[in-house]
Design a binder for this molecule. Structure first.
Ligand code: XIL
Length: 323
């Protein structure tokens, strides 16, 4: 392996290698920006395409931050994954409060969701190759997750979302996306049944994304199991993807944990590479200088490929070796 070769070059044409981009870091940190450009062939907006960011005030849409990332990606020969249209988190306060107070009823809510999807997907039409249309719709037991969307609109909100998105950008590939679905489990079984039902109803769903949020203390699915799981979705005619890979650890780091982390990333990447239609692999950030993990998982961190000074960790070398 040429140790100086960026991941995007090592992957070649058969796989897009992506990263989530933190818009604030991208704006403020030139070293970060440079690395985004050189290392990856795909980007995902970590937050700035989410509903609370694009419509903070009802009826006032603001795609400025997302537009900056999309324009930069184009300049740098990168593709863009869209993330995410329907989710229970990072929904604007005016919406959740409106529903809770009874000011927004179901009928109106359905119209609000339709307008959100149509407006955002149309705004980026032709510039997004894969959209995470519905994010985290199933819980760990394998039931439809109890969210505002399910409670107010019923299970049909999922098919509706895909149909609206497809009409707004017929060429974008539309994904279901969730965590804890890399391997074979009650949760991934439930997704398999959901995908099969949606396809039987001629709903335009094109892909299944496994987020890939791992922790060294929990262990990992083998590459073979991931490929077996992805394979059953691919047999339905879907593409697959790893959409948010990171491998966190209880701090402080040590060599054992860093080696285990490399093995976790390795299994995810090999699982994707062993799959026939796993066409994009996205890391949820690439440097410990900027990562959501310390803010979300108490006492945990160091979940990415490069340390806070952008120095490669064993996981980065492992990615180069596998690619
Ligand atoms: C996270 C971002 O990384 C954080 O910056 C934000 O505060 C919360 O959301 N699953 C997803 C992502 O689908 O959108 C989440 O991103 C991480 C979990």
């Amino acid at each position: 392996v040429d140790v100086d070769q960026p991941l995007r070059d090592l992957a070649g044409r058969q796989l897009l290698v992506g990263t989530a981009v933190d818009h604030a870091a991208y704006t403020a940190d030139a070293e970060y920006r440079e690395r985004v450009h050189t290392e990856f062939s795909s980007i995902t907006a970590e937050n700035v395409m989410k509903w609370e960011v694009v419509e903070p005030v009802r009826g006032e849409r603001d795609y400025a931050a997302a537009d900056e990332l999309v324009a930069a990606a184009k300049r740098n020969g990168q593709r863009v994954r869209g993330h995410t249209l329907v989710w229970h988190n990072q929904v604007p306060a005016w919406l959740t409060e409106g529903v809770e107070s009874g000011e927004i009823d179901r009928h109106e809510l359905r119209g609000i969701l339709r307008r959100h999807i149509v407006d955002e997907v149309s705004h980026f039409r032709g510039r997004i190759y894969e959209w995470d249309v519905v994010n985290e719709a199933i819980d760990d037991e394998g039931n439809l997750r109890d969210t505002l969307w399910l409670r107010e609109l019923g299970p049909g909100y999922i098919a509706d979302a895909f149909r609206w998105a497809h009409r707004a950008d017929p060429k974008a590939k539309l994904f279901l996306n969730d965590y804890n679905v890399e391997g074979l489990s009650a949760k991934s079984d439930a997704y398999y049944r959901l995908a099969r039902e949606l396809l039987a109803d001629r709903v335009p769903v094109h892909g299944f994304g496994a987020q890939g949020h791992y922790g060294v203390q929990y262990g990992f699915h083998s590459a073979a199991e991931i490929a077996k799981n992805f394979g059953r979705f691919e047999a339905l005619g879907l593409r697959t993807a790893v959409t948010e890979a990171d491998v966190r650890m209880v701090m402080p780091t040590d060599n054992v944990k860093l080696q285990a982390q490399a093995q976790g990333f390795s299994a995810l990447l090999q699982g994707c590479l062993l799959s026939r239609r796993c066409e994009s692999f996205t890391f949820w950030g690439f440097t410990d200088r900027y990562s959501w993990v310390p803010g979300w998982f108490e006492g945990e961190g160091a979940a990415t490929l490069l340390d806070e000074s952008f120095q490669p960790k064993p996981a980065y070398r492992e990615m180069q070796a596998v690619l």
